[in-house]
Design a protein around this ligand. Structure first.
Ligand code: AMP
Length: 282
């Protein structure tokens, strides 16, 4: 496994694989790796001949009052995990490698970036789209692996890839959860013992929603109210949103159908947690 910090080194490494006609699969991460990330990387190994993982805490996708400076960084542990998985290349650039002085070009995916998480985090998806486009140019992967944990992000990136005629297949992998159902996330590290225990209410509410839908309930309003009722059992939980939307367009829907996204964002004290399910109906 090679670890590189510069764009030049990435290109040199990738070129030798490209020349041999090998398939490159790419998993972008912000590090502090957990099973969620590892599931993407395992799939990347299955699908590609050369697996590239980036570890970069992207300042551009954090708002002014967000957790960029305290975002967990665990370089040594991450490298060990990646070594065990026997991936080919880790790209761990410095901030200045990707955002040199006078950097001033941004990718804005209109519409999809303004709803759900984009309401509370207005510059977030521009930061995400910009860094992902840069990575796609640098690495030129054949396959990009993303997690459903960030379902809106996956949709924003798919739209960008389509709009800008990029030649890369996107694979979205299911959400990996802790034993009690909490979606794995680097931000779970912020939770104290009580908050960690209470956090599983998010998935509980989604499971109840799924159960009601399976029994035939199709009113988005009823499902949304049920979810909110459950979340309110944790008295200090602050709701950011519970949104029921068409996963393709991210527009609100009154009726729950196939491919409806039920997405939740809450604050437990200062920690913002997200989770979702995508309804599959025949
Ligand atoms: P992050 O390091 O949080 O930027 O995440 C990097 C990638 O891992 C993104 O595509 C995420 O959607 C994905 N990911 C994060 N958590 C999970 C999880 N619990 N299950 C599946 N994928 C995840």
């Amino acid at each position: 496994m090679k670890i590189v910090k510069t764009i030049k080194e990435v290109k040199e490494f990738i070129n030798s694989y490209k020349k041999q006609g090998k398939k490159i699969s790419f998993v972008p991460t912000m590090g502090c790796l957990h099973e969620g990330h590892l599931s993407l990387i395992r799939k990347a190994k299955e699908l590609g001949d050369c697996v590239v993982v980036s570890i970069f805490v992207n300042s551009l996708q954090f708002g002014e009052n967000e957790d960029f400076s305290k975002y967990p960084r665990k370089e040594k542990e991450d490298i060990k995990l990646l070594e065990d998985l026997k991936i080919d290349l880790v790209f761990m650039p410095k901030e200045s490698e990707l955002y040199p002085k006078n950097f001033s070009t941004y990718v804005e995916v209109k519409g999809l970036s303004c709803v759900l998480c984009g309401k509370t985090r207005p510059s977030h998806f521009t930061g995400v789209a910009t860094i992902v486009l840069k990575f796609l140019h640098i690495i030129e992967p054949d396959i990009l692996l993303l997690g459903q944990k960030d379902a809106q992000q996956a949709q924003v990136i798919r739209r960008m890839i389509n709009d800008l005629n990029l030649n890369v297949d996107v694979i979205m992998m299911p959400i990996i959860r802790e034993k009690d159902g909490l979606a794995m996330s680097s931000r779970n590290n912020y939770l104290n013992k009580n908050q960690r225990k209470d956090a599983c209410i998010i998935y509980e509410s989604l499971c109840l929603a799924e159960e009601l839908i399976n029994k035939g309930e199709s009113s988005a309003e009823i499902i949304r109210n049920e979810i909110i009722n459950i979340l309110q059992k944790v008295d200090y939980l602050v709701l950011d949103y519970v949104s029921i939307v068409n996963y393709q367009t991210l527009e609100y829907t009154n009726e729950i159908k196939d491919n409806t996204l039920i997405a939740i964002a809450v604050f437990l004290d200062k920690t913002r947690l997200i989770d979702n399910i995508i309804v599959r109906k025949k």
